[in-house]
Design a protein around this ligand. Structure first.
Ligand SMILES: [Zn+2]
Length: 262
């Protein structure tokens, strides 16, 4: 039975109308899953974890840098002490060598040794202060390192969770694409052409399901006069309100929906 609706007779063929609905539902499911992937990628938790890691790494570098500075100061002072000790040793050797002839020379050496020992004692005090500072700073470094590790672990956990979810969705999409290919093979070429034409014109949705005279896409009730002519479950119509390919509801459609959701 050929039906004319709003002057548009869509087709007459051996088309199984549920295939058209299935194709639409599969495409809806693919785009929904793709949106889910995009939502997962726009993860605020990940952004804040990245910022947290950046902050923690900055603190760690700062503390570590301060530690290195203190360490090199200490090293420099120790080198000075060592150098001066060497000088003291040489002076003392000279003093006890018996080669010093004048009292003035003796006094000069003794004075120099005294001054050097005095300086060394002052430097050693500074070294002690530095070592206390270093100990405090190295505690800070340890703390900062622990915080950095934690921030890194947080970010890794979030990334792993995201990747796992995305992998699952990609797998689902892959299955949907295979199913779509199978459905496409079952749909006669002219119907497929029509489907794609309507899809392009109507924002990506070509097929609607009519249930209780309501269009599933435009959500409008079909006027009684038009609805009376929509009576063959195996035929395709055109929604007089949104112009999409319209198919009368049957329970298989819910079964397909359920399958696609799982
Ligand atoms: Zn409609």
């Amino acid at each position: 039975m050929d039906i004319n609706l709003g002057g548009i007779r869509l087709a007459e063929s051996k088309l199984d109308v549920t295939d058209l609905v299935e194709l639409q539902l599969i495409e809806n499911a693919i785009s929904a899953r793709s949106s889910e992937i995009e939502n997962i990628k726009n993860n605020k938790e990940q952004v804040s974890a990245q910022e947290g890691l950046k902050r923690a790494a900055g603190k760690f570098d700062e503390a570590n840098g301060a530690c290195s500075d203190l360490e090199s100061k200490r090293k420099k002072l120790e080198d000075t002490v060592e150098l001066q000790n060497e000088k003291i040793k040489n002076d003392e050797k000279k003093l006890f060598s018996g080669t010093i002839m004048s009292a003035k020379e003796l006094e000069n050496y003794q004075e120099e040794v005294k001054i050097l020992k005095q300086k060394n004692s002052e430097i050693e005090d500074k070294i002690l202060e530095l070592m206390i500072e270093l100990e405090e700073m190295s505690d800070k470094v340890k703390l900062a390192a622990a915080e950095k590790d934690k921030a890194e672990a947080d970010l890794n956990r979030i990334n792993n969770e995201m990747n796992e979810k995305i992998e699952v969705l990609k797998h689902i999409i892959e299955g949907l694409r295979k199913r779509k290919d199978d459905v496409i093979l079952r749909i006669p070429g002219d119907h497929l052409k029509k489907y794609n034409e309507v899809k392009t014109k109507k924002g990506g949705i070509a097929v609607s399901v009519l249930k209780n005279n309501f269009c599933s896409v435009c959500n409008m009730e079909i006027p009684m006069i038009a609805a009376e002519k929509i009576d063959d479950i195996d035929e395709i119509y055109s929604c007089p309100l949104c112009g999409r390919i319209a198919v009368i509801y049957r329970s298989e459609i819910d079964i397909i929906k359920k399958e696609l959701e799982s």
